[in-house]
Design a protein around this ligand. Structure first.
Ligand SMILES: [Mg+2]
Length: 249
């Protein structure tokens, strides 16, 4: 009988365990309604607004990324420009702040796990395999999202960059997790190639790229699994479990 190598699987959070874009949209529309509540409900208008809003998010993002504007200025510009585009002017600074507060509180509440994540976690749990999360981001926000996923992730296996003072793509975060975990083979599932896959491979982990948009790999010399559907992800994880020596039957 093949000997079992104790395995561990860690997951990225946003867009890997749940559809961040979907919760972003739901939270944005919810916040939009709190500002426009004196306007009668108008589905075409809100749909139109959201298209503009996403467009302005993309348009202003490089300015924020290059530190030419602050985060607050970025949030203000994308909101005011999108409101103007649908003919809503006279939005004051308090309303902008109100929108942002409502939006930020709502995003974690709208997080729903991908259905296959539930199945995968159940399988790992049944086999006694260690599983957890390695995520970049604000501690409170990320923990709130995890809570709302309603998936039991052991507290000791949740690693959030802001609590550790180290973030992806620094492979050091993977070394840190490995040093705190009693396993022999390590796997990481993530959706961002540069942020998740590259450092996981650099740290000697098996990287599984959750790639539903079928993007080309930016560096194809990196050894990793690439999957674009829930069933493919389940299959790859099963294969990794079996190659660690566990029996699935
Ligand atoms: Mg992600």
């Amino acid at each position: 009988m093949q000997s079992v190598k104790k395995a561990a699987f860690f997951f990225d959070l946003d867009n890997t365990m749940f559809d961040y874009e979907a919760s972003f949209k739901k939270a944005s529309l919810f916040a939009f309604h709190t500002i426009t509540n004196n306007i009668p409900e108008n589905k075409p208008l809100e749909d139109k607004w959201f298209v503009y809003y996403k467009g302005y998010c993309d348009l202003y993002w490089p300015l924020y990324e290059k530190e030419l504007i602050s985060r607050q200025e970025y949030q203000k510009r994308r909101l005011l420009s999108s409101f103007e585009a649908i003919g809503l002017r006279n939005i004051c600074a308090e309303q902008v702040q109100h929108y942002q507060n409502v939006f930020e509180k709502s995003v974690p509440l709208k997080a729903e796990p991908f259905v296959w994540i539930k199945e995968i976690v159940h399988q790992l749990d049944q086999l006694g395999i260690i599983f957890g999360i390695i995520s970049n981001g604000d501690s409170l926000i990320q923990r709130e999202k995890i809570k709302n996923l309603k998936i039991h992730i052991p507290e000791t296996e949740i690693y959030i960059s802001s609590e550790l003072n180290i973030a992806k793509p620094d492979p050091g975060i993977f070394h840190l997790v490995k040093n705190s975990t009693n396993a022999e083979v390590y796997h990481y599932v993530g959706d961002a190639f540069e942020l998740d896959i590259v450092p996981a491979v650099q740290a000697g982990w098996t990287a599984i790229w959750w790639n539903p948009l079928k993007q080309p790999a930016e560096v194809d010399t990196y050894c990793h699994f690439n999957c674009s559907s829930g069933s493919e992800l389940i299959e790859i994880i099963k294969r990794c479990i079996e190659s660690a020596g566990y029996s699935l039957h």
